[in-house]
Design a binder for this molecule. Structure first.
Ligand code: PLP
Length: 409
């Protein structure tokens, strides 16, 4: 067997010899777009030209009939659930590994989030667990496509059809990902996006949602704009809407960012797939799991290290990776144990669970989440992005390989 190269942590040469490729998130064109808005003398607060153009562009990109813009991704999901009339007494099945925005959207409607277990090698909610969690109180499945990686939409849509459930897709982390050649975001009634600045495209903050249903699009538009009718139909407010309007300057920035979206998603896809190839077959390490029919656009690159297959503690493994120049953060969040779920009765949103209209019972005990526990024990994610070079991928793979080969049992 070839002799292993000394680990950097033990004084050997570092695998990552060159600095990571970097680049700006925002470009001069965006500055010009914002300047143009300001030069008009007033920032229109609703339905300004940039907002309307952004809506049109996203519709075109996704082949959707309607788009509504919002102030955040959280607001986009909340708007979708609000437009669908999900509320008190209802359960919404969603992922046990997501951002607070996913859960807030459900809780703001006083509906109960029911958490599905995840695949430890992708972090995506599994159809098997979704099906298990469905009760007679379930109204909708809120699908979270994590890290640019599609969930198993064939199975999830089959379950939804069989159980007559609504489907909303949370794509905050997942622009232009596809399942079986179909864009995620077009499977459910609504597809919801975020342009918070950490996402594939960013405008500081903002959100968008798409649908093909004209009635629901109208409702969503009202829900996100204090139920003010700006269509000329002269309807007085008839539902509780929120001020979730997208700021015009954010729209101007998002429009420019959209111009690069296809290119950067294609690049992230290529780099992510390359990394998978380079770290496949290593002992103890499972690369980012992407389903055979899925196209992943890698918001992050995730991988899993089996704690039972290494000779050292996970902390030592991470330290050794860092020394090689591979910085990966653990995916150790245990959402069902977050105080908002664990102490649900005491939480300010207790009304979701204690509402007299709610006749169900939801169990957030960790024993119901074996996949999530495996993910928390050994899952990592890295900030792979379009500025990385092929050399970055090769060096990162080398670092992971070195550490895995040294510490594998
Ligand atoms: C999966 C997921 N859903 C929802 C959100 C909420 O988006 P925003 O921060 O724009 O409200 C995020 C943002 O981090 C997210 O990652």
């Amino acid at each position: 067997m070839a002799r292993l190269e000394e680990l950097a942590i033990n004084g050997g040469p570092k695998a990552k010899k060159h600095p990571y490729g970097v680049g700006p998130k925002h470009l001069v064109a965006e500055l010009k777009a914002v300047k143009k808005i300001l030069e008009r003398g007033a920032i229109q607060f609703a339905r300004g030209p940039e907002v309307m153009e952004l809506r049109e562009k996203l519709c075109k990109l996704y082949g959707a009939k309607h788009c509504i813009t919002t102030s955040s991704g959280t607001a986009a999901i909340h708007t979708a659930l609000g437009a669908l009339g999900i509320g008190r007494g209802d359960e919404v099945v969603t992922s046990s590994w997501s951002d607070m925005g996913t859960y807030i959207a459900i809780l703001q409607q006083n509906a109960v989030p029911v958490l599905a277990d995840v695949d430890p090698f992708s972090g995506n909610m599994t159809p098997e667990s979704v099906e298990k969690r469905i009760t007679r109180h379930t109204k909708a499945i809120l699908v979270v496509h994590l890290e640019g990686n599609p969930c198993d939409m064939a199975k999830i849509m089959k379950i939804a059809r069989k159980r007559k459930l609504l489907v909303v897709e949370d794509l905050a982390q997942s622009y232009l990902c596809e399942y079986n050649g179909k864009k995620c975001g077009t499977f459910g009634t609504f597809g919801c996006f975020s342009v918070n600045d950490s996402k594939h495209i960013g405008a500081g903050d903002g959100g968008m949602l798409i649908t093909n249903n004209a009635r629901l699009a109208d409702r969503a538009d009202l829900f996100a704009d204090k139920c003010y009718d700006r269509t000329g139909r002269k309807r007085d407010p008839f539902l509780v809407g929120y001020n979730y309007r997208m700021n015009l300057m954010a729209a101007g920035v998002a429009l420019e960012q959209m111009k690069n979206l296809k290119r950067l998603c294609a690049r992230r896809h290529r780099l992510g797939e390359k990394l998978t190839k380079l770290i496949s077959g290593l002992p103890a390490v499972t690369p980012h799991k992407v389903l055979p029919k899925a196209h992943c656009t890698y918001w992050h690159y995730a991988f899993h290290v089996d704690p039972g297959a290494i000779k050292v503690s996970m902390a030592e493994f991470v330290k050794a990776m860092r020394a090689e120049g591979v910085s990966a953060s653990p995916m150790s969040r245990l959402v069902p144990q977050w105080p908002i779920f664990r102490d649900k009765v005491r939480s300010p949103h207790a009304c979701a669970w204690s509402c007299p209209l709610y006749k169900g019972k939801v169990d957030y005990s960790l024993k119901n989440f074996p996949g999530l526990q495996t993910l928390a024990a050994g899952g990592f994610r890295m900030g792979l992005n379009e500025h990385w070079t092929d050399r970055d991928v090769v060096e990162v793979a080398k670092g992971i390989r070195k550490v895995a080969l040294h510490y594998a049992k």
